[in-house]
Design a protein around this ligand. Sequence first.
Ligand SMILES: *[C@@H]1O[C@H](CO)[C@@H](O)[C@H](O)[C@H]1NC(C)=O
Ligand SMILES: *[C@@H]1O[C@H](CO)[C@@H](O)[C@H](O)[C@H]1NC(C)=O
Ligand SMILES: *[C@@H]1O[C@H](CO)[C@@H](O)[C@H](O)[C@H]1NC(C)=O
Ligand SMILES: *[C@@H]1O[C@H](CO)[C@@H](O)[C@H](O)[C@H]1NC(C)=O
Ligand SMILES: *[C@@H]1O[C@H](CO)[C@@H](O)[C@H](O)[C@H]1NC(C)=O
Ligand SMILES: *[C@@H]1O[C@H](CO)[C@@H](O)[C@H](O)[C@H]1NC(C)=O
Ligand SMILES: *[C@@H]1O[C@H](CO)[C@@H](O)[C@H](O)[C@H]1NC(C)=O
Length: 345
Amino acid sequence: MMDSLRKTLGSFAMVALVFVGFIFSSFSTLLLLSHNQLLSQHQSNMSTNVNETYGDDLEKALAKATKGKNKTLIIAIVNKAYVEQDVEGDGITMFDLFLSSFWLGERTRSLIDNLLIVAVDQTAYDRCKFLRLNCYRLETNGADFGGEKFFMSQDFIKMMWRRTYFLLEVLKRGYNFIFTDIDVMWLRNPFEKLSKNETEDLQISTDRYHGDPWLQKQPINTGFFLVRSNNKTVTLFETWYGKKDNSTGKKEQDVLVDLIKSGIIGHLGLKVRFLDTLYFSGFCQDSKDFRAVTTVHANCCRSITAKIDDLKMTLYDWKKFRSLEVNSTTNFHWTSHESCMESWK
Ligand SMILES: *[C@@H]1O[C@H](CO)[C@@H](O)[C@H](O)[C@H]1NC(C)=O
Ligand SMILES: *[C@@H]1O[C@H](CO)[C@@H](O)[C@H](O)[C@H]1NC(C)=O
Ligand SMILES: *[C@@H]1O[C@H](CO)[C@@H](O)[C@H](O)[C@H]1NC(C)=O
Ligand SMILES: *[C@@H]1O[C@H](CO)[C@@H](O)[C@H](O)[C@H]1NC(C)=O
Ligand SMILES: *[C@@H]1O[C@H](CO)[C@@H](O)[C@H](O)[C@H]1NC(C)=O
Ligand SMILES: *[C@@H]1O[C@H](CO)[C@@H](O)[C@H](O)[C@H]1NC(C)=O
Ligand SMILES: *[C@@H]1O[C@H](CO)[C@@H](O)[C@H](O)[C@H]1NC(C)=O
């Protein structure tokens, strides 16, 4: 009895030992394999990261956002500072306000399908995915674009150039787009107010409008524009980006202003329309007419918190206007932009 039991146990132990040995050796093979895979993956990531290449991901994202829209989409670039909630206050972020405006605006809700959110850091990307929007993660070669970028700081300027480079890539791929800053409220569908004439290459917002859409001496604002993809606009963006290393202390917008001053519009045969603040309004110059206003940009403002404060009031004004009787004769005014005025002091 005991003997046979011992024998059984013995052979069981033997089998178990062999089995464990087998598992162990397979496991180490697996370990080795995954280690090699990691190595090669890492190497390939390293090599693709050296120069900024955009994979199929970008093409997929662009195709999705332009579905049924004739290769035209809306692009907004987002970083952590726009999506992160403060510990204090009511926790409303700039990104929340931006998205709210699509909900509160007139005929703007469906535009969310054509909006591509370009995230320059992981937090912004995660937030975008959480909201089930069209998201694209822009690699930034290890540069940190997460924090708040104060107007004209070194990082602010770097981020602006990165964005110009990305937009050039989109143009090269044959896509037209509206570029919008996150601090632009979309109160009406801008496609209804922008020119549909395809000979117009660029339609760009202004801080102040001087009454003539073709007058080149107007203070442009690169926070909102529609650009059509063609050889002329690709050359414009290439020339613009090409000035990056020869424009110390200037932000990309100033460089474009210089290019316009030096006559690039004529040289390239571009047709550029300067947008009226009556429709494409901002804090620098408020639209005089709530019945016409299409977008409101928190320009002439320095910090994110100030912009959030004053944009909340913009949405409040808008909701109040919308609740009025259709034929009300009430004369409506925008609340003054107190926080933004303070932000310069
Ligand atoms: C390399 O890239 C792949 C695919 O983009 C990603 O899944 C992987 O985590 C990356 N590996 C490293 C080490 O960065
Ligand atoms: C490509 O890589 C070279 C050398 O690493 C670098 O000097 C250059 O700036 C990179 N180009 C871009 C567009 O990042
Ligand atoms: C789509 O875009 C192409 C090229 O810009 C143009 O020829 C065509 O008329 C557009 N179609 C519509 C429906 O707008
Ligand atoms: C577009 O603008 C061009 C140049 O101003 C003009 O000749 C053409 O008739 C316009 N096209 C349409 C459809 O309005
Ligand atoms: C740009 O020009 C090239 C050559 O002149 C032409 O083949 C191409 O179709 C043009 N691209 C666009 C987007 O107009
Ligand atoms: C930079 O700009 C200056 C003045 O506009 C010009 O003289 C110089 O050649 C430029 N340098 C480069 C590298 O483009
Ligand atoms: C608003 O005015 C128009 C024309 O003056 C009139 O036809 C319409 O009935 C009015 N609507 C309301 C709600 O009073």
